[in-house]
Design a binder for this molecule. Structure first.
Ligand code: R1P
Ligand code: URA
Length: 296
């Protein structure tokens, strides 16, 4: 039987579990590493301390939360799936059950728009803009007059957390085969295909010039994925959330290559550990000493 939910504005069950992520107070720490793919989370959750045994839960809506300690510091890993809605549920629902400041690092995959940032590189954006499908282009009164895609202004990551992440990645991931680069600008799109400029002859996406327009209007925009701009946006709307992100280049959008799975397997644990290190060293204000330690 489904749990009874009480509040239509912000649904929770009788124990205070949020509706989609399905966690309650005590099950999420103030420091969070979030990824899209649950397989990525499983590749580095083993870095958490064995004791106390981490809490792990997968919600009916596909969020996997693992909370434990890393080098003794309370830490949560959450795999959220893909897209703006999933990152929105995650940030709002986690915010609702965690007291004190939240420091969030997203570790995702991306496409590269910069030929000098090949597959297997890591980009750490200082800012991210959102690319949104503009439905008025297809469905407005004057069909085709409105632009098909809208570019938001750049949204900054937390500068200190971004720099901390660059530093741990530089120390433990950068090598002759893996470039780590702080990027002036990244873009997040509301879709993988149309609003990232992928051509699909089955649909009239009107996106042939999207990447050229994006780079012309936003020089230096080097990479594309789907969640980071919204995460950064939300971090500016709530006073006690600090957020940054890093992305592994999976798709070379100028040369056409796609990453080999063996490279992903090798890279994910190392980047995951660098994210954990950046957060473990991070000063969190108003951290509850018991949070992330009381779970059942
Ligand atoms: C698309 O394949 C997915 O990969 C990227 C995009 O943002 C999108 O979620 O991130 P993740 O690897 O974190 O899922
Ligand atoms: N994720 C994206 O959103 N786009 C890419 O090209 C690769 C990964």
């Amino acid at each position: 039987m489904l749990d009874k939910i009480t509040n239509a504005n912000f649904p929770m069950d009788a124990d205070g579990r949020v509706y989609h992520v399905s966690v309650k107070a005590g099950q999420v720490a103030n420091r969070v590493v979030t990824v899209g793919d649950p397989a990525r989370l499983h590749r580095f959750k083993r870095f958490l301390d064995a004791e106390p045994k981490p809490f792990e839960h997968t919600s009916a809506r596909g969020y996997t939360t693992v909370t434990g300690r890393y080098k003794g510091v309370p830490m949560t890993l959450i795999a959220i799936g893909m897209g703006v809605s999933m990152v929105d549920f995650f940030v709002r629902e986690v915010r609702a059950v965690v007291e004190g400041d939240l420091a969030i690092i997203r570790f995702g995959s991306c496409g590269s728009l910069d030929p000098s940032l090949p597959v297997g590189s890591i980009g750490v954006p200082e800012k991210a803009l959102q690319i949104s499908t503009n439905y008025a282009h297809w469905h407005g009164d004057a069909e085709g007059e409105a632009p098909p895609y809208l570019f938001s202004p750049p949204i900054p990551a937390d500068a200190d957390l971004q720099a901390a992440l660059v530093s741990t990645l530089d120390n433990s991931v950068a090598s002759s085969t893996c470039q780590v680069r702080s990027l002036a600008l990244h873009a997040s799109a509301d879709c993988f295909y149309s609003s990232q400029g992928r051509i699909d002859r089955n649909f009239q996406d009107d996106n042939e010039s999207l990447i050229d327009d994006l780079v012309k209007e936003n020089p230096g925009c080097a990479s594309l994925e789907m969640e980071t701009a919204h995460l950064l946006h939300l971090s500016h709307l709530s006073p006690r959330i600090r957020a940054a992100a890093c992305h592994m280049v999976f798709a070379d959008r100028t040369g056409g290559a796609f990453i080999d799975p063996s490279v992903v397997e090798e890279l994910e644990p190392r980047v995951g550990r660098a994210c954990l290190d950046a957060l473990a060293e991070w000063e969190v204000d108003h951290e509850h000493p018991e949070r992330g330690a009381v779970w059942e």
